[in-house]
Design a protein around this ligand. Sequence first.
Ligand SMILES: NC(=O)C1=CN([C@@H]2O[C@H](COP(=O)(O)OP(=O)(O)OC[C@H]3O[C@@H](n4cnc5c(N)ncnc54)[C@H](OP(=O)(O)O)[C@@H]3O)[C@@H](O)[C@H]2O)C=CC1
Ligand SMILES: CCCCCCCCCCCCCCCC(=O)[C@@H](N)CO
Length: 309
Amino acid sequence: VRPRSITIPIKNRHVFITGGSSGIGLSLAHHFASHGARVSILARDHRKLEAAKEAIQLSTGVDVSIFSADVRDFDAVKKAVEDAGPIDVLICNQGIFYPQELEFQSLDEIKFMFDVNVMGTFHLIKAALPLMKKDRKSRGPASIAIMSSQAGQVGIYGYTAYSASKFALRGLAEALQHEVIADDIHVSLIFPPDTDTPGLEEENRRKPELTSIIAGSSGMMKADEVAKKTIDGIKKGSFIIPCNIEGELLSIATAGLSPQRSYLMAFLEVIAASPVRLLGLFFQWNWDMKFEIDPLELMESSSRQKVRS
Ligand SMILES: NC(=O)C1=CN([C@@H]2O[C@H](COP(=O)(O)OP(=O)(O)OC[C@H]3O[C@@H](n4cnc5c(N)ncnc54)[C@H](OP(=O)(O)O)[C@@H]3O)[C@@H](O)[C@H]2O)C=CC1
Ligand SMILES: CCCCCCCCCCCCCCCC(=O)[C@@H](N)CO
């Protein structure tokens, strides 16, 4: 077991995608189907799953299997994964994002995000791993891909709970890679910026202005572009999959002790480390200015206080 380049084949393999009925997951399902994979998708809403199945059938001619389950329910996840049959590429893409300052966000909402984003991913991997490992040698290399976010590389105003849930996935992924590499299973973490999906549209209705401003430091992408980057990364067995230029920089800035199987990328990470840190500091200083209290507002509030007293 050592860094080496690998190729994870897609054609005729079983790809299981959660959150495959909408946004990035739906784009992934389309792409994998057109690459000749056998595709299963899982989400809660049966009607959205049926609509996705029909759309994929229409555009690719491929019949996708659908599973209605809530990732928070381990028994339901286990049943779906067993009914679907042994998986070669597991994509844990389900995720919810409710931005709000910690001070105002309810504990129930924070817990909900953790249950879906983090515990849901544990449930999926726990349920799928036994059958993924079985006869692996004769089935070729496998992949477990986990959808994080650029908010899982840097903490962002308004994302205390969401960023924490996405950072958690990185710890899970790094440790898991140690545990499954001997079974020829390759873990990938994907870090998209804001991506045009039904989920983002919903999110934008309640996003604090500062969250939008800071997240705007990275360009917006289409679900289709994120799906393409994801598939390329999975095929190469990349541990970290950035999606745009800002993402490449963030990945170098946060390389830490994550696995790197490309010698070229490892070299680049070492050379670029200090200039990228400098660039990161400039971004931080730029964001800091946005948190500064307007001096006029401060004067007004202190004079208001004087009037009150
Ligand atoms: N859009 C963006 O800006 C970005 C998104 N991401 C991440 O990408 C992933 C996908 O996001 P996006 O495509 O925008 O999301 P969407 O909201 O468009 O789709 C989310 C999908 O997840 C499913 N899902 C949600 N909750 C559950 C649950 N409890 N159990 C099973 N399935 C569930 C939904 O189906 P149903 O509701 O029927 O269950 C749906 O299929 C998420 O992990 C998100 O954090 C990362 C960076 C940016
Ligand atoms: C070293 C130099 C680095 C320079 C780039 C820094 C850019 C940081 C931008 C972070 C954007 C976070 C978007 C989260 C999107 C998301 O997950 C939500 N839409 C919910 O889905």
